[in-house]
Design a protein around this ligand. Structure first.
Ligand code: TYD
Length: 206
């Protein structure tokens, strides 16, 4: 099973899933935790180019293609092999981030971004996508309060950009109801962690 974690900046998706992973491992499931962009040496090198704060001249289509290139490499080297071995892959961000950030917020259009990504992923969609929903105001406040989280090029976009990201994610949840579960990330840590585990377990039991 291929699970992806999505949401605006500062939604706490990474922390929320930690407890769920521990519980799933205790129940005997084999989990591979990974992230995008990155997750393998080549893909991490592409990540550094994409997120470098000095790359202010990067064109939106270049950005799209770099995310797709990193995604492809990560699928080939890490995700597909793990899925073949019957493991559960839990990935921080995947193609829905491209649809929301490049398609929605950058304005390149969902269908254009989908086309590039169908090519890159050979139509590999997640079985379950957890959307950690939070307002950009709240999310950015959390990032500012978290000294260990490095600020990247996308974080530096204006508030309007982050509103578009959030709204596109909510539209995507409507477009793909069979794989999307929305989690209210403004709730307490414990509540969010519980909702995360419940969503994964109910999908596993289907
Ligand atoms: P990261 O530091 O991993 O952020 P987060 O902790 O919020 O996941 O940075 C990834 C950034 O790249 C984040 O701002 C979202 C953005 N992004 C895209 O714009 N398109 C994509 O396809 C992906 C995977 C990420």
């Amino acid at each position: 099973m291929f699970i992806t974690l999505e949401g605006p900046e500062g939604s706490g998706k990474t922390t929320a899933v930690e407890a769920a992973v521990k519980e799933l491992e205790a129940r005997g499931y084999q989990i591979v935790r990974t992230r995008e962009p990155g997750g393998t040496p080549i893909a991490e090198q592409i990540r550094n180019v994409i997120l470098d704060k000095d790359n202010t001249k990067m064109d939106p289509r270049t950005e799209t293609l770099l995310y797709a290139a990193s995604r492809r490499q990560h699928l080939v080297e890490k995700v597909w092999p793990a899925l073949k071995e019957g493991k559960i892959v839990i990935c921080d961000r995947y193609l829905d981030s491209s649809l929301a950030y490049q398609g929605g917020a950058r304005g390149l259009g969902i269908d254009n971004i989908l086309n590039v990504n169908m090519f890159a992923t050979e139509n590999t969609f997640p079985d379950l996508t957890l959307l950690f929903d939070i307002t950009p105001e709240e999310g950015l406040k959390r990032i500012a309060a978290n000294a260990s989280r490095e600020v990247n090029r996308l974080d530096l976009e204006k508030l309007e950009f982050h509103h578009k990201v959030r709204n596109t994610f909510l539209d995507l949840a409507k477009r793909y109801p069979e794989r999307y579960v929305i989690i209210d990330a403004s709730k307490s840590r414990e509540e969010v962690a519980k909702a995360t585990l419940d969503a994964i377990l109910s999908r596993l039991c289907k």
